[in-house]
Design a binder for this molecule. Structure first.
Ligand code: ADP
Ligand code: ZN
Ligand code: ZN
Length: 740
C-alpha cells in the first residue's frame, strides 16, 4: 500500500474530512488503520489517524505530501479512543463521525451534581448562646432548634439530611448562614448507579478457589507480571466458577495500578454478577447500562477518567470507557450476539476489545461455556491461550438431558406443543412441589418452512441454508437470491403438514393452564418485562417460589441461578436451527446448552428435555451430551467445506431507499463496479434482504465472500467511493456488515 487516508483532528467540530498522504519508503509496513501519525497540514505539522490504505492516488500528485512519522508513545485515553475510532471506521465502514460518536459519547458535558454540606462556622459557645436565646422565647422554630442541637453534636451536616431527616426549612438554614453561624459548601458528587446496592449489607465471603480455578488465576497473573499481553479464552461449563476467576484476575490487575473493563451481555440479566463484583470491589467498581440517565452515564465516565473507579461493568459500549491505563478487558459470555452492534459502525466487541487492548497494552479474557466457533478456532490454532474448566465448581451436577422426537409425537396423535414425556415430568414436579421452566425459542422465527411429519426443512439447492417464506407463496434464499414457489407437500415424505412454525409464550401458558389447572404459572417475555424493574420482579417472584412454572423466551436461559428448578423443558429446538444463516447450528447449540445449564444448580436430580423435529441433528445431540468439542469438530469441518468464517469471510452490503427503482439501480451499479474488481472474491447479484422492506424503506443486499478479510475491507472502500462518485445513481444509501 502506497497511500494512507489520514483523518486530521484539526477542528473541534469533528467533521469527516480525511486527506490522502504518501507513505514514505522508510515507514512502509509500519502504518496500519488506526495508526497515529504526524502529517504536514498547511504550514503546520499535526496529529492524524490513519483510517484507510490504498494503492490508488486520489489527489493531484502535485499536492501529495509525505507522512512525517508514526507516533508510538503511550496515548492518553482520548488518543486511544480516536485511534480506535479510526480503526473501526476502516474495518467496519460508516463515516468517521459515526465512529467518533460511537467511541466518544461523553463529548456532551453534563452539569455536575453538587452536594451541599453545612459546616459550623462559629464558636460552639456562640451557638449555645443562640440556642439559649431561642429556648427563652415562648414560640420558636423547632427546625431551628433541631439544627442547632445537631450542629453542637457534629459540626458538618449534609444539606439533604438537614432538610430531610431533621426537616429544617432552607429559609432557616440560610438565615443561620447570614448570621455567620454556619457556612455552606458545595462539593461535586457523582451520580452513583450502585447506590441502592451499596446500602445493602451482606455476609458474603470470597470463596477459596478450587485447584483448577487457582491454576488459571496464577498462570494469568504470572504472565501479566512478566509483561505478556495476549487474548485468553476460558472455556468453562455453566457454573464452573468463571466469574470467580475473572474477579481474581481483576484484583491482580488493579493491584498493579491498572484498570479493568468487564463486558457482560445485558445488565438487567446479570444483576447477580454485578452484586458479586460490588461486594468484592465496593466503590472501585461502577456500571454502565442503557437505562441510565445521561447525567449518570456522564458521571461514571468522569469517574473512570479521573481514576475514582478502576473497574467498569457494562454492555459492549463500556469498551469506550475513558480509562487511560487499562490492563485487562474481560468479555463474559463472549459468544453472545449482543456483542455485535446493530448500529453503524457495526463493530464486534471481541475484535474491537482486542484492538483497544493493543492500544493500551492490556490483555483480553474471553469466557464462555459455549465459545463462538471463531474464538475456539483461535484457541486451537494457538492465537488465543485457552483455559478449560470442565467441572462445576460446587457439588451440583449438570442435569440429565433427554431428547424427545416430536415427529413420533405427531405420529402417535399428539399435536400439542407439550410431549407426553414432558407432561409426565411436569406433573411429577408439581406433585413434589418443585419448580420447572419452559423455554420457548423464538429466535429466527422469520418464516422457515418445514414438514411436521418427517422434520424435513426446505433448503436452498445452492447454499445449504433454509429458504424463507415471503408472503404466502414464495420461498427465497437470503444468501444467493434463489427463489421458488411455495410447495404444498413435503418433497421427502409427501405429507401435507407443511408450513411455518408460529408459537407464542401466551399460547404456551394457556396450554399449560388447560393441562394443569392448579399450577401457578409465570411468564417472562418482551411483554411482561417492560419497564425498569420488569425483569427483577419476575425473577424475584419465581425465586421466592411464587410460581411453579416459569414460561419464557431467551431471557429465562440467560444468567439467573434458580437453584430449585429441577426441570427445564425446551419446547422446540428447531426454530433457531433453521434460521437461514451459517450461524444457526452454533446458536442452537449455545442456546440448548445454556438452557440445560439452568436446571439443577443445587444438585438435585434435575432433568432437561429437548423437544425437536430433528433429534439426530449434531447440534441437538452434542448439546444434550454436553459435548462442546464434538459440536465444534463437526461445525468447523462444515465451515471449512463451505468457506464460512473463520475460513472465509462475508461482507454484506445493504442498499436502502424509499424508492424501489432507486434501490435496484444502485444495486446494479455497485454490483457492476465490484465485479470489475472481483479478484479473490465472489460477488452475488443484488437480492432482497431477508426483510425486503422495513418502514417503507426498500432493502437490497450484495453478498461478497472472500478468504481474506482484508480483501473485503478493500471492496468495502471501493463501494464506498463508488457511491460518492458523480456518476452514481441517487437516492439510495449503503451500509456494511461483516460476517454477521
Ligand atoms: P460461571 O461464571 O462459570 O457460571 P460462577 O463463578 O458464577 O460460574 O460460579 C457458580 C457458582 O459456584 C456460584 O454460586 C459461585 O459462588 C460458586 N463458586 C464458584 N467458585 C467456587 C469455589 N471455588 N468454591 C465455592 N463456590 C464456588
Ligand atoms: Zn416430510
Ligand atoms: Zn441460496
Amino acid at each position: 500500500m502506497h497511500y494512507a487516508d489520514v483523518y486530521v483532528d484539526v477542528s473541534a467540530t469533528r467533521t469527516d474530512q480525511s486527506y490522502q498522504y504518501l507513505i514514505p519508503e522508510e515507514l512502509s509496513g509500519m502504518i496500519v488503520p488506526g495508526s497515529r501519525v504526524r502529517v504536514p497540514f498547511g504550514y503546520r505539522s499535526v496529529t492524524g489517524y490513519v483510517i484507510g490504505l490504498s494503492d490508488e492516488l486520489q489527489v493531484d500528485p502535485e499536492k501529495l505530501r509525505d507522512i512525517e512519522s508514526v507516533e508510538n508513545e503511550a496515548l492518553g485515553s482520548d488518543g486511544q479512543l480516536l485511534s480506535l475510532a479510526a480503526w473501526m471506521h476502516a474495518n467496519y465502514g460508516g463515516t468517521m463521525s459515526q465512529a467518533l460518536r460511537c467511541v466518544l459519547p461523553s463529548a456532551k458535558k453534563q452539569p455536575p451534581r453538587l452536594r451541599k454540606i453545612i459546616h459550623l462556622a462559629a464558636d460552639r459557645q456562640v451557638l449555645s448562646d443562640e440556642l439559649a436565646v431561642l429556648l427563652k422565647r415562648s414560640r420558636h422554630s423547632l427546625g431551628r432548634e433541631r439544627l442547632i442541637r445537631e450542629l453542637l453534636e457534629s459540626p458538618d451536616i449534609p444539606w439533604d439530611e438537614a432538610t430531610g431527616r431533621l426537616s429544617v426549612s432552607s429559609a432557616v438554614i440560610r438565615d443561620l448562614e447570614k448570621k455567620g453561624l454556619i457556612s455552606i459548601e458545595s462539593i461535586r458528587s457523582y451520580r452513583d448507579p450502585l447506590g441502592r446496592m451499596r446500602s445493602s449489607d451482606s455476609n458474603w465471603t470470597i470463596p477459596t478457589l478450587n485447584p483448577a480455578q487457582r491454576a488459571i488465576a496464577n498462570d494469568f497473573a504470572g504472565e501479566f507480571d512478566s509483561g505478556i499481553r495476549r487474548t485468553y479464552l476460558i472455556h468453562g461449563v455453566t457454573g464452573s466458577g468463571k466469574t470467580e476467576v475473572y474477579m481474581e484476575m481483576m484484583e491482580h490487575v488493579i493491584r498493579q495500578g491498572r484498570s479493568v473493563i468487564f463486558l457482560i451481555p445485558e445488565i438487567a440479566l446479570t444483576y447477580q454478577t454485578v452484586m458479586r463484583l460490588y461486594l468484592r470491589f465496593s466503590d472501585k467498581v461502577s456500571i454502565l447500562h442503557s437505562r441510565m440517565s445521561p447525567g449518570e452515564r456522564y458521571d461514571q465516565l468522569e469517574r473512570a477518567r479521573s481514576g475514582d473507579i478502576r473497574i467498569i461493568v457494562g454492555p459492549r459500549s463500556a469498551l469506550f470507557t475513558p480509562f487511560s491505563d487499562i490492563g485487562l478487558i474481560i468479555i463474559d459470555e463472549e459468544h453472545e450476539s449482543s456483542y455485535k452492534s446493530e448500529a453503524i459502525p457495526r463493530y464486534h466487541a471481541r475484535e474491537t476489545a482486542i484492538e483497544r487492548a493493543r492500544l493500551s497494552g492490556a490483555s483480553v479474557v474471553l469466557g464462555s461455556a459455549t465459545p463462538a466457533v471463531e474464538s475456539y478456532y483461535e484457541s486451537e490454532t494457538g492465537h488465543y491461550k485457552r483455559y478449560d474448566l470442565p467441572e462445576r465448581a460446587t457439588a451440583s451436577s449438570l442435569p440429565d438431558v433427554e431428547i424427545v422426537d416430536l415427529r413420533a409425537e405427531l405420529n402417535a396423535g399428539n399435536r400439542s406443543i407439550i410431549s407426553r414425556r414432558l407432561a409426565a415430568l411436569l406433573e411429577e414436579r408439581l406433585d413434589r412441589g418443585e419448580q420447572s421452566m419452559l423455554f420457548l425459542n423464538r429466535r429466527g422465527m422469520a418464516g422457515f418452512v418445514s414438514c411436521r411429519a418427517c422434520g424435513e426443512v426446505i433448503k436452498c439447492p445452492h447454499c445449504d441454508v433454509s429458504l424463507s417464506l415471503h408472503g404466502s407463496q414464495r420461498l427465497v434464499c437470503h444468501y444467493c437470491g434463489y427463489t421458488q414457489p411455495m410447495i404444498n407437500a413435503c418433497p421427502k415424505c409427501g405429507s401435507k403438514y407443511i408450513g411455518t412454525m408460529k408459537l407464542g409464550t401466551e399460547k404456551v401458558e394457556s396450554v399449560i393452564r388447560d393441562m394443569f389447572p392448579k399450577a401457578r404459572t409465570l411468564r417472562m417475555d418482551a411483554d411482561t418485562t417492560k419497564g425498569r424493574e420488569g425483569h427483577s420482579k419476575i425473577i424475584e417472584t419465581f425465586a421466592d417460589h411464587g410460581a411453579d412454572i416459569l414460561i419464557g423466551t431467551q431471557m429465562i436461559v440467560k444468567g439467573h441461578d434458580f437453584s430449585d428448578v429441577s426441570l427445564m423443558g425446551i419446547l422446540t429446538a428447531d426454530i433457531s436451527l433453521n434460521a437461514s444463516d451459517h450461524k444457526s447450528s452454533e446458536r442452537t447449540f449455545q442456546l440448548l446448552t445454556q438452557a440445560c445449564g439452568r436446571a439443577g444448580r443445587r444438585g438435585q436430580n434435575a432433568v432437561a428435555v429437548i423437544q425437536t423435529y430433528q433429534p439426530e441433528h449434531f447440534a441437538v445431540v452434542s448439546a444434550a451430551g454436553g459435548d462442546y468439542r464434538g459440536f465444534y469438530k463437526r461445525e468447523i469441518s462444515y465451515r471449512k467445506l463451505l468457506s464460512y468464517p473463520p475460513f472465509g469471510h462475508i461482507l454484506f452490503i445493504e442498499i436502502t431507499s424509499k424508492n424501489k427503482d432507486q434501490a435496484e439501480r444502485m444495486g446494479r451499479y455497485l454490483a457492476e463496479i465490484l465485479r470489475s474488481r472481483s479478484e479473490n472474491a465472489q460477488i452475488s447479484d443484488p437480492a432482497d434482504c431477508s426483510i425486503a422492506r422495513i418502514n417503507d424503506v426498500y432493502r437490497k443486499q450484495i453478498v461478497i465472500r472472500s478468504a481474506s478479510y482484508a480483501r473485503l475491507v478493500e471492496l468495502k472502500d471501493i463501494a464506498d467511493r463508488a457511491v460518492r462518485d458523480d456518476t452514481a445513481p441517487r437516492g439510495a444509501d449503503i451500509w456494511f456488515d461483516f460476517d454477521q
